[in-house]
Design a protein around this ligand. Sequence first.
Ligand code: C2E
Ligand code: MG
Ligand code: MG
Length: 563
Amino acid sequence: MKSILYSENLRKFSNVFKQDVDSALECFEKINENIYLIADDLHLGRFDIRIDAPASLYDSEGYLIDYPVYSGEKGYSTPPMQFPYETYEHGHILIRVFPQKDYQWNEQEKEELDTLARNVFFICGRARLIELMKKIRVTDNMTGIANLQGFHEFVDEVNERGELTFYHAVCVNIKNFNFINRTIATKRSNETLREYARYVEQHLKEDEIFARTAGDNFLGLIHNENVQEFLEFISKVNIHADTESKLIQISSRTGVYDIQVGDTVSDIKGYIEAALNMARQQNEDVVFFEHSMMEQMLREKEISAIFPMALKREQFEVYYQPKVNINDQAICGCEALVRWYRNGKMIMPLEFIPVLEREGTICSLDFYVLEKVCKAIKSWTERGLKPVRVSSNFSKVHLKNPSLADKIFSVIERYGVDPQFIEIELTEMSGYDNYDNLALFIKKMRERGVHTSIDDFGTGYSSLNLLTDLDVDTVKLDKSYSIRLDNEEEKTKILVRNIVNMVHDLGFKVIAEGVETEEQADFLREIGCSTVQGYLYDKPLPLDQLEKRLEKEFKYTIENKCK
Ligand code: C2E
Ligand code: MG
Ligand code: MG
């Protein structure tokens, strides 16, 4: 008997699969539409396929489908021939073929059916792999929600429908994620992220997306009418963080943008990143994008990109602002303040220090400044100039480093500088609460004869605790107080008088920053604050100009004061 394997009809049937199909379902539909070509030759009564695949990252529900591919008009007999196959993910595919009613297949026909079933299994398997590959491309392999590519494709689809303006875009970053990992969550960080991502995804409404881009960063597209509710939801999400089903709260910061006509996906991403950046800087949970944020973000990106090379090329110069004893008008110390010279222009620290602090790169700059300070003091000693104590600003970012004190000493030692001429100003201490680290650092400094001071005192929230817990030498009263002493501001005067008294009573020296007028100086002298720093005397000076002041027994007079 002639085998069906060589028949014209089978060739026609096979030709249907000359082009890939990209899902199992599409594959079944094609078989369903074309199997009539060979059904009679094979005396087929019925043909069905069942796929049972377990849940996976790409199919959170698993895959279960029972598809009757063919059911002939003449009816069918049982039992069927069954062809079971195992899939790559330990799932099962079962193909069952039933003969036409009252028909019995001979051995050759049975072999032909076996071959047919194998081919169907191969075709379906291939379709499923293509389907999987497509999913992998758009799925984040840690959490199973969409990835960046998935987000892009979603935006493209919405855009093609002309519906982008129906949405707000969001950029979400989990607050203190490392801290959560270290302290609260006993699950591994990946599981915490997975749980969080899935939970947020479940909260979405139809035709919305939440995608993970990297680390603890997410992007989303939320319908305009749902955005307020989503923002409330996302600011505090409760998930199970450990095996004892303890609930932890994950809070986040979000940058939001109301999409406008003509926005491209890269515009949208840029805007929400800028808004998130602003949320971080302002310590807000939610910030809506405004165009002015873009310029600032680009500038910050530029700063962090060019900083390493600028430091290597020594584009930073150290200026020195004298500290003055207002009883005898003599210079009793100075503060080193960094300046960045770029393309002939001077960039002030407030433009770049906060960026470097956020990135952690400030540490290398602070040490660069300390080296310049040590070098200057060394050269004064060698040239017979009487050195004054120079204070160098150190950001709190350093305090994470347990060997900070040793690193500072090693620089001082390398230049052979007497430690009494160095002071470390701890800047931006507001909100800092790791007092143990701080206290240890200050103790080490004291033991080795290096002075320490708290900068900008009175600006933060926890400043009073700083005073009781820490053994610094000097407290620098923030310049905002000096400036407010003008205009006969009685309340500021009461405050400053009492702060100065309290600081003295606690055994610290006090120095007032930002003194700009004689009236301010007079008041400070009157209340016993005898050391000041400010434009009234000198602005921060280049090294050579400071040295001119140190060369002679310089005293400030009405004539030579800055103002
Ligand atoms: P700061 O440490 O409190 O320094 C004092 C700031 O006040 C300096 O600003 C100084 O020029 C300014 N100033 C001095 N006298 C007056 C005055 O009479 N009136 C007014 N309005 N301002 C006065 P500058 O140089 O722009 O530095 C700003 C901040 O940048 C510094 O504040 C400090 O926190 C930071 N900084 C500067 N250099 C460094 C550095 O090398 N490392 C670190 N970590 N921070 C630095
Ligand atoms: Mg300072
Ligand atoms: Mg200050």
